[in-house]
Ligand binder design. Structure first.
Ligand code: ADP
Length: 444
């Protein structure tokens, strides 16, 4: 175990110990109170006879035997008791019958000749002569609640300590995995907050934290990917801007030194073109980031697929090179989607097809389990397996020199992916029968 984790486990132990000492004190009071409550419960609830009934039963025999020897003559009876006393371990004495007795004792005399005072632990016998009562006791005390307070305290404490130790062990072993997981999650969160985005939470053991650590790791993955993407985007954008800016600077220098009007005009045309390229890059990037930051409200309409794809192709025909043949296989059905933004995505895929195909591009659209499937195939060089994820990152290109001539900014596929995702769908790249690229867009 790592020293840091060990320290934290000992913190858990000391915390539980503090809680247990508090619990111990509380438990002592609880046990003491519970004993009192139990003692005060009526016998019909506890199934135990009341003390006075038990004592009366025990002492009925000895007290009747004594009373048989008594005659009602005080001196004689006292004499008898003195003689009998050495047979008994508790005092026997006569008391005047008008002695003030507690009410609960008086009540017992209504129905019996024996009465027991459970406060003083004394038995009284009304033995048939009106002037005196026979007092037996005080008897030994065996009521737990009447025990000496220090003894009772020790009893209650021992009960509490035993139950607290059991409780501690249960609590410790139940909390240990939770505690370890919580600490490891906290450490991961702290490291992430400190900027170490590669940090991940180790496999957690407890059911409580398992989903949390999975979520934390997923979140960290996402943030790390986003930060990585942002870096690529920033780098790529700087690169995209640098080329037209350098050309502009170069054009301006030549313009300043130009001696004849023809050179000046040529440079002005070039400068205008570069400004146009910069403007287009800035606008496309801004639109993309705007869309990325705030999901558009989808205006879903029921669309006739053959009609929609025909309109789409009509708009793209001017960009179709002569060497390329285009074919379409469209399911004759209706589907509800935001055709305006989906058209942007499919346009990008088809334009790429026209750019990178050798001789043919094919569009296939069909529905499958409430999903709209759009497939664009071409017979170009295809996309290598290791670039099929990265290619959707804004400004990413497979081969700069090849793409420079095609004039894109590397945003077309990023747009298509975003649009598919806003439709609850996805886009993936695979190979087709011509060894070219196949883009399959799924919309829900
Ligand atoms: P661009 O505007 O540069 O075309 P995209 O995001 O549409 O940007 O494409 C990104 C890169 O993916 C392209 O620069 C190209 O390298 C590659 N690519 C896209 N479509 C195809 C395709 N059909 N065949 C081969 N490579 C492609």
């Amino acid at each position: 175990m790592a020293p840091k984790t060990q320290t934290k486990v000992s913190t858990l132990t000391s915390r539980i110990t503090i809680y247990l000492i508090i619990t111990l004190i509380a438990q002592s009071f609880i046990i003491y109170g519970a004993l009192h409550i139990f003692d005060s419960l009526p016998p019909e609830y506890t199934g135990l006879a009341e003390d006075y009934k038990i004592y009366r039963d025990i002492f009925r025999g000895p007290s009747n035997l004594i009373s048989e020897r008594l005659t009602g003559n005080f001196e004689h009876d006292q004499q008898v008791l003195n003689e009998l006393q050495h047979y008994f371990t508790y005092p026997l004495q006569l008391i005047p019958s008008d002695t003030e007795l507690p009410n609960h004792v008086k009540r017992q005399f209504i129905s019996d000749t024996l009465a027991f005072d459970d406060v003083s632990n004394t038995m009284y016998l009304s033995y048939g002569f009106p002037n005196h009562l026979l007092q037996i006791g005080p008897l030994v005390n065996n009521d737990l609640l009447n025990a000496y307070f220090p003894a009772l305290l020790v009893f209650v404490l021992v009960c509490s300590i035993i139950s607290a130790i059991i409780f501690f062990c249960l609590l410790f072993f139940a909390l240990l995995p939770l505690w370890r997981d919580a600490i490891s999650l906290r450490t991961t969160a702290e490291q992430l907050a400190a900027g170490d985005l590669s940090c991940r939470s180790p496999q957690t053991q407890s059911w409580l934290f398992k989903p949390l650590s999975k979520l934390l790791n997923q979140m960290a993955d996402k943030i790390e990917r986003q930060v990585h993407n942002s870096k690529i985007i920033l780098h790529a954008m700087a690169h995209e801007l640098r080329t037209p800016v350098a050309r502009l600077r170069f054009g301006l220098t030549i313009l300043a030194d130009a001696e004849n009007q023809t050179t000046k005009d040529r440079q002005l045309i070039g400068i205008n073109k570069d400004i146009g390229e910069l403007e287009s890059l800035i606008n496309t990037s801004l639109n993309f980031f705007k869309m990325q930051q705030q999901a558009p409200i989808l205006k879903k309409e029921i669309i006739d697929l053959p009609q929609w794809s025909e309109d789409l192709y009509d708009g793209l025909q001017p960009f179709q090179p002569e060497r390329i043949t285009f074919s379409a296989d469209i399911e004759n059905t209706l589907f509800a989607f935001d055709h305006e933004i989906v058209s942007i995505a499919v346009n990008n895929l088809l334009l790429n097809g026209f750019k990178y195909a050798s001789s043919q591009v094919a569009l296939k659209i069909w529905t499958d389990h409430q999903r709209l499937m759009i497939e664009v195939n071409d017979d170009g060089i295809g996309i290598p397996l290791n670039a099929r994820e990265e290619i959707f990152t804004p400004f990413s290109r497979l081969d700069n020199s090849r793409t420079r001539s095609t004039g894109g900014h590397g945003l077309g596929l990023a747009y298509a992916k975003l649009i598919a995702e806003y439709h609850g769908g996805s886009i993936k790249i695979s190979e087709n029968q011509w060894n070219g690229a196949r883009f399959t867009m799924i919309l829900k």
